[in-house]
Design a protein. Structure first.
Length: 269
């Protein structure tokens, strides 16, 4: 009898261990959503994602429209999706509320039916994963597909939260470093801090102690951004490549201009 009870308890604890909760704070108090609650929503349905960024293959998920979970969030708000490992994706609310054809979905990993591992020893993308349909229509980058999401918060945009990242305020709005700052926020801020500011925990700071434009030739820097493995290789490499479909040549020009500009604006934390 004791062995039967022990088995039942172990199964119960295993189920609890896998139970997951996503916390969404839209500025009016945090709302927890369990896996079961999300899957029971009437707007949950199966979606087919042809070009899944994390699995590099077509995938089918049970998912909920992300904008349906953001009731009361205005289009000019800013969202931070934080993953279990500390990865923080910064996404304008407008991209989710009206992506000009791009559709954001929260894929939900069912209890007892885990998704495949991501490879290289990584666990699955669950329990919650932001995926996109028609991402090219909204110019959605690979850093805007956060997986293992634990929380979603409405915050000030990075320019307000991290003033040491901002280019010189006297620059005209259309200046290359200003445009490059927007590119940085869209593609780099999830992994890199700058001048010691930011929520990223995965990559090095891009200005302190040295800006990459100070120790890499410009062609080498561009190679690093386009395909890091073409510049240096090691088994634990985590930086993704940004091809021209994700980062246009003009975007890359602007990003380099921003980094060069910030090399002259070091602020030691």
């Amino acid at each position: 009898m004791r062995s039967v009870i022990a088995l039942l308890l172990s199964l119960c604890f295993a189920g609890l261990a896998h139970a997951a909760t996503l916390t969404i704070d839209t500025g009016h108090g945090a709302r927890p959503w369990t896996t079961a609650q999300l899957l029971a929503r009437p707007d949950a349905r199966d979606i087919r994602v042809p070009g899944d960024v994390s699995y590099h293959a077509e995938r089918t998920y049970r998912a909920v429209p992300m904008k349906a979970l953001l009731d009361g969030v205005p289009p000019d708000a800013h969202l931070q999706f934080t993953a279990l490992d500390g990865f923080a994706a910064e996404i304008p609310a407008a991209l989710i509320l009206d992506g000009q054809g791009a559709q954001a979905w929260l894929a939900v990993e069912p209890d007892g039916a885990r998704w495949p591992p991501l490879g290289d020893g990584k666990p699955s993308a669950g329990p919650f994963y932001l995926v996109w349909l028609n991402p090219s229509k909204g110019h959605v980058g690979p850093e805007q597909w956060p997986y293992q999401v634990a929380s979603v918060k409405v915050l000030q945009d990075p320019a307000q939260r991290f003033p040491a990242m901002r280019p010189d305020a006297t620059l005209p709005p259309g200046a290359a470093p200003v445009r490059g700052f927007a590119v940085f926020q869209r593609n780099c801020i999830t992994c890199h801090t700058l001048n010691g500011q930011g929520d990223a925990k995965l990559g090095p700071d891009l200005n302190i102690p040295h800006n990459p434009t100070e120790y890499l030739r410009e062609d080498m820097l561009r190679t690093l951004v386009r395909n890091p493995q073409n510049l240096r290789r090691w088994p634990q490499a985590k930086m993704p490549g940004f091809d021209a479909k994700v980062l246009s040549d003009r975007d890359l020009d602007d990003l380099v201009a921003y980094l060069k500009h910030m090399a002259g604006r070091k602020i030691t934390p």
